[in-house]
Ligand binder design. Structure first.
Ligand SMILES: [Zn+2]
Length: 456
């Protein structure tokens, strides 16, 4: 009887969610405080920050560190001062630090010993059982011109990646006025263009300290809405995520082949979460999920975090214009080359920033994603039994089971299951993918943990 009731409920939910495709896998829970944050994001401050960063002339990794107004040293001192201004208003909840090293191995793009410095602001979580759960958001503040080793050329880097750094600074301003359960780290990272040196150091540092980096978003090239072919799209941002973990073990590879879970790495669940947050909070703006870890054959600062074993995704504009990336400032056949602020769409950058704010606030207010979510395989059965470990948060309200067809890109339906830690449903594990997420008493939902089989 109970089983039949449940099947009926599945059907009712399936019909109801079909009406709202953007949120099909999530109930409509709009938090008024996060909604208000959307109007706190300032286009004017974003533009001012991008122009200030461009004003340092070049932020190339080997450029001047001692000049007061030109070069990477002046740029990072300004970023540090901006973070410190924000931190000063938080009553000690936000702290600012430099994560630096000088012994980067020489390479094609690092020609001399150089100090690589990440500027990091940490907004400490307020819930004791969640404060050590960390979400990182980054942009890279270094820039380059056509020759990556040229430290003298002008390299304005307005879109690549002053836009990302400005988004991080503005997210810090908006989010720091609120309190969250988990910790949020705002990072302006260095030497991305030389080979991800800054983010690698940051990610490996977290890994060596055993830090719980529950999610990482990098913002890189997030300010231009006009493609090189003249097509404007100011309504979408791409979110790239790996479907198979970079650090997959041979055992995990065998399980992936046996279950068809090549679309379900933790980073992909994070990307789906960002997509849902954007749909809920950012009016007239959408995430375009990209089912690859980066653009074709490319990488970014999220790659450093993926390699350290953390779920990480990349936000990038939908259409790029390569005449304004990594180019010497010049005019050729009537075309202006160079990465200038006039090619940045600051309304577009505002919406990308809102997407970050909505996602980070939702992540840091929500419980941790459930652990050890397992499909129990004790016998062949037409039902599916899923078990998981209990969360530790004091304000936990329960869990939701989510599911989707094997060919569906995003979660299609959900079922509240209460304060249990196992459930059996009348759906075939052969025909559906399942996941579980935790919910707190305020209705905040965690990222989904994908359910994998466990053999007894
Ligand atoms: Zn970049």
């Amino acid at each position: 009887m109970q089983g039949r009731d449940r099947s009926l409920r599945w059907i009712v939910l399936s019909v109801a969610v079909a009406c709202a495709p953007a949120l099909a896998g999530t109930p409509e829970h709009i938090d008024p405080v996060i909604k208000k944050m959307m109007t706190d994001v300032s286009r004017e401050r974003l533009e001012s920050d991008v122009r200030t960063l461009v004003g340092f002339g070049t932020r190339q990794t080997e450029s001047a560190t001692d000049h007061p107004t030109r070069g990477i040293g002046a740029a990072r001192r300004w970023i540090q001062a901006e973070f410190e201004k924000i931190a000063a208003t938080t009553g000690g909840r936000m702290t600012v630090s430099l994560d630096s090293y000088t012994d980067a191995p020489p390479s094609r793009r690092i020609t001399k010993p150089v100090e690589i410095v990440n500027v990091v602001a940490t907004l400490k979580g307020a819930q004791p059982e969640s404060a050590d759960r960390i979400y990182v958001v980054s942009g890279h503040y270094d820039s380059i011109c056509s020759d990556p080793t040229d430290s003298e050329c002008d390299a304005p880097g307005a879109n690549d990646d002053a836009s990302g750094v400005a988004a991080v600074l503005e997210a810090a301003r908006v989010l720091s006025t609120h309190e969250f359960d988990a910790t949020i780290v705002f990072a302006a990272v260095a030497a991305e263009e030389q080979g991800l040196y800054g983010s690698k150091h940051l990610a490996e540092g977290y890994k060596s300290r055993g830090a719980n980096i529950a999610g990482m978003l990098t913002n890189d090239i997030v300010g231009n809405s006009l493609s090189q072919l003249g097509v404007r799209d100011d309504k979408h941002v791409r979110v790239f995520s790996e479907g198979v973990p970079e650090i997959e073990t041979p055992d995990q590879a065998r399980m992936r082949l046996a279950t068809g879970s090549e679309n379900d790495a933790p980073a992909r669940q994070l990307a789906r979460f960002v997509d849902e947050c954007c749909a809920k909070y950012v009016d007239g703006f959408d995430v375009e999920l990209m089912f690859r870890r980066d653009r074709l054959m490319r990488g970014g600062d999220h790659t450093s975090f993926s390699r350290a074993g953390f779920p990480a995704v990349r936000l990038t504009e939908i259409n790029e214009d390569y005449r304004h990336q990594h180019q010497n400032v010049r005019e050729e056949d009537g075309v202006r080359y160079g990465d200038f602020p006039e090619f940045v769409d600051f309304d577009y950058l505002s919406n990308v920033t809102r997407t970050n704010v909505a996602a980070l606030a939702s992540l840091a207010k929500a419980p941790a994603r459930p652990t050890n979510v397992q499909i129990v395989l004790d016998k062949l059965a037409p039902t599916t039994t899923i078990a998981w470990e209990k969360n530790t948060e004091s304000d936990l309200a329960g869990y939701e089971l989510v599911w989707r067809a094997t060919s569906a890109p995003t979660w299609q339906g959900f079922e509240p299951v209460g304060q249990t830690h196992h459930v059996t449903v009348d759906r075939s594990k052969d025909n559906y993918f399942f996941g579980v997420r935790a919910i707190d008493r305020d209705g905040f939902r965690s990222v989904v943990t994908f359910a994998q089989p466990h053999r007894k």
